[in-house]
Design a protein around this ligand. Structure first.
Ligand SMILES: Nc1ncnc2c1ncn2[C@@H]1O[C@H](COP(=O)(O)OP(=O)(O)O)[C@@H](O)[C@H]1O
Ligand SMILES: [Mg+2]
Length: 267
């Protein structure tokens, strides 16, 4: 192998040491077919540790499918996915979760009849609530303490005992992110966290994203450039299952390809 391995430093001729950073996520030639439909086509992507990456693109571009191949819900039909140097292409979703991938879904998976604390507790314990065996949060247990900590980080401490069905849309989104954080992911993938939020809820979401630990690698699918651009270090734009642009946020709005997608009726 000629490339340097995990976080390795190697001496250069000058005597300086060059640090070779291994990507948090590395995709090589990832494709996904659904029957005759090619939802992802030969996607290669490196996301570095601690990077905030936004994924933009019109409906049907393959953004959610990209997440599904990374988290294992719909593994790639070709190509490879490497997480911090470990090939995870063939692993089951729960194995990928254990290795540090957390995500939210475009459609909410919250338990409406449970409280905020109970939802977080379920996520922390990594189990589903069962009518007969659901252990509820108790005082002094570690999972409850962790659930409270997550609520605080997501600015939901004042709503611990509120039933999820009584939360605002924005609060539900915050809770979903908290639940995705429950397994202490190294890579957090958020699928359109701002979708359906009122303009008033958006700054709160942005603040929350900015407050996430900088060590966390964040991949964010987002339609709205007003959220995506300020939240991102690098933006990937997809169309028809392919990556068509990869650029820093300040170069996105003026990019001719992006303009043709967003202004040309492709959105
Ligand atoms: N589970 C699936 N079965 C069949 N087709 C799918 C499935 N998931 C996604 N697709 C198709 O793949 C394409 C990309 O979808 P998706 O990744 O959801 O796009 P985006 O998230 O960018 O809107 C679409 O044509 C969609 O209909
Ligand atoms: Mg989608």
């Amino acid at each position: 192998m000629t490339t340097a391995g995990a976080g390795a430093s190697r001496p250069r001729a000058s005597g300086l040491r060059q640090t070779v950073t291994e990507p948090a996520i590395r995709l090589r030639g990832v494709s996904r077919r659904f029957g005759a439909l090619q939802a992802l086509r030969d996607v290669s992507l490196d996301v570095l540790p601690g990077e905030r990456r936004a994924v933009l693109g019109p409906n049907g571009a393959g953004k959610t499918t990209l997440f599904n191949t990374i988290c294992g819900d719909f593994p790639p039909t070709a190509g490879s996915i490497v997480l911090f140097g470990a090939d995870i292409t063939r692993l089951r979703p729960h194995q990928r979760t254990r290795l540090g991938i957390g995500r939210t879904y475009q459609t909410s998976l919250l338990f409406n009849g449970l409280t905020v604390l109970e939802n977080l507790f379920v996520a922390v314990r990594g189990s589903r609530p069962n009518r007969f065996s659901f252990r509820r949060p108790g005082r002094g247990d570690a999972a409850t303490a962790k659930s409270r900590e997550l609520a605080e980080r997501m600015r939901l401490s004042h709503l611990l005992d509120a039933q999820v069905l009584n939360l605002s849309h924005g609060q539900r989104r915050q809770l979903e992110i908290g639940m995705a954080m429950a397994g202490d992911p190294r890579v957090l993938m958020l699928d359109e966290p701002a979708a359906g939020l009122s303009p008033g809820d958006r700054p709160e979401l942005l603040r929350l994203l900015h407050e996430l630990p900088r060590t966390l690698t964040l991949i964010l699918i987002e339609h709205d450039m007003d959220i995506a651009l300020p939240a991102a270090d690098i933006v990937t734009v997809m169309k028809d299952g392919e990556v068509v642009v990869e650029a820093p946020p300040d170069r996105i709005e003026d990019d001719p390809v992006v303009q043709s997608i967003y202004l040309g009726g492709g959105h």
